[in-house]
Design a protein around this ligand. Sequence first.
Ligand SMILES: C[S@@+](CC[C@H](N)C(=O)[O-])C[C@H]1O[C@@H](n2cnc3c(N)ncnc32)[C@H](O)[C@@H]1O
Length: 342
Amino acid sequence: MTPDSVAPTGAQLRRGPLREGERVQLTDAKGRPHTIQLAAGKVFHTHRGHLSHDTLIGSDEGVVVRTSSGAGLLALRPLLNDFVMSMPRGAAVVYPKDAGQIVQYGDIFPGARVVEAGVGSGALTMSLLRAIGDEGELISIERREDFADIARANVETHFGAPHPAWRLEIGDFADRVAEVAAPGTVDRIVLDMLAPWENLEAAAGALAPGGVFLAYVATTTQLSRLAEDLREHGGFTEPQAWETMVRTWHLEGLSVRPDHRMIGHTGFLLTARRLAPGVEAPLRHRRPAKGAYPVDDEWTPEDLGERAVSDKKVRKVRRDALRSIEAIEGTEAMPAQPDEED
Ligand SMILES: C[S@@+](CC[C@H](N)C(=O)[O-])C[C@H]1O[C@@H](n2cnc3c(N)ncnc32)[C@H](O)[C@@H]1O
């Protein structure tokens, strides 16, 4: 790309004729996508013939090109979702369905100052960069240099050049965040890592009052630990948590129904807002359910959110159950208990 060509993150990069170096998705008659990076003189081989990249360079998107044996291939620039699902991965990526939720519920706005960690393969990074735009600032902290290299390559391939709003820092979030962002200056923090609760103090220090803390975790045990530690910290509002399930549909003639397969689980999202420094967390409106926190180490059904069953209710259920046996077997019911007729 020449210095005076189109802005690297501009819309023009995704418009006009296909250029050398761009990725193109070729979809065959069975709907199978193949992604290639256009290079002059290179040839794409399929089991149904081959195709010269030169045929595509300079042509419009949305055309159907033919391989040497006449098989049609539809050529389109991959959308961000397509790109994320086909790009090289070091670590698991945030799927598009969750990235959309993170941008919306994390309130990632144009011009925002955002810190994310870890970066992994850079999938979420791209959605965050799109949402903040060239005027925003995204500082991405990744502890593994090899993953950071993969993420940088993916992000630059997607945007066609280094993104002007992006800084990638190597290291541990808790160690690096105070070095890369002055205290209380960050609008949004997004954590996608195994143990986000280890970073609450550092996140609280970096976030501006009212700033949004958002974490993505894969398991309920992580979610529970994070929620409890956030409450314990005291510098955040009550955490909100949710998950999303997306069910795609089969659309053909009269056969309009959900697809048989779906992505059953990706992760859980949790958000909380940063309180002003020194402000105590307001009292929760609802008192926790009785027994929601175990007193000793002994777990009760209430620890798991199950409703407590009174002894009286159990006696009644037992009595009814025994009576139904009696009706079947013609035997005597249990002798009446003192409060049996309650
Ligand atoms: C699941 S991956 C992140 C995937 C990424 N969000 C994406 O969409 O491609 C988790 C990453 O967090 C990094 N990580 C874990 N703990 C970290 C910490 N305390 N500071 C910085 N990076 C961390 C790991 O090395 C790993 O690359």
